[in-house]
Design a protein around this ligand. Structure first.
Ligand code: THU
Length: 162
């Protein structure tokens, strides 16, 4: 039987802080501030996410854990659920994610969205037919940028049927 390789590639860009656009810096600052209010008593992993909607509004949220661990929800899903619940016709266009370990004041960790969050982000891209720019803060102060969930979730559900 003949076979054919199918390859997927991801491209991301690493930005030094000073080279980021002002609105992206603001987004990251808001995600950082949101991480400070994370409710993460079980993991000690404080995650903040901020989103810019197409009309220029900024919103932020954080992870909310639960004593029954699987009930906890990531910052990204809390955030996109909130914005879509309240502004169902305004697409999210840019999102920043920041994480820090509760043990250390400036102990930041690189955070890339988990699989559930990637799928959830992809749903809003699908609905609005617009890619979401995802900015992931790194402890060095640099920021990793993915233009659209495709870069983080290749061959996602239904891709081959589109
Ligand atoms: N978490 C997020 O909020 N976002 C991510 O992208 C990765 C993980 C949360 C879930 C849990 O509360 C804690 O971080 C440790 O996994």
């Amino acid at each position: 039987m003949a076979e054919r390789k199918i390859e997927t590639t991801s491209t991301m860009t690493l930005y030094e802080w000073a080279s980021l656009a002002e609105d992206v810096q603001e987004l990251v600052r808001r995600a950082k501030a949101a991480a400070e209010n994370a409710y993460a008593p079980y993991s000690g992993f404080l995650v903040g996410a901020a989103v810019m909607l197409q009309d220029g509004q900024f919103y932020s949220a954080n992870n909310q854990e639960n004593v029954c661990f699987p009930v906890g929800v990531c910052a990204e899903r809390i955030l996109l659920g909130y914005t879509h619940a309240n502004f169902p016709n305004v697409p999210p266009v840019k999102m920043a994610i920041v994480a820090r370990r509760a043990a250390g004041e400036n102990d930041y960790a690189t955070v890339t969205p988990c699989g559930l969050c990637r799928q959830s982000i992809s749903e809003y891209e699908l609905k609005f037919r617009l890619p979401i720019d995802i900015y992931m803060y790194m402890p060095s102060g640099d920021v990793l940028h993915a233009h659209g969930i495709e870069q983080l979730l290749p061959l996602k559900f239904e891709d081959l049927n589109q």
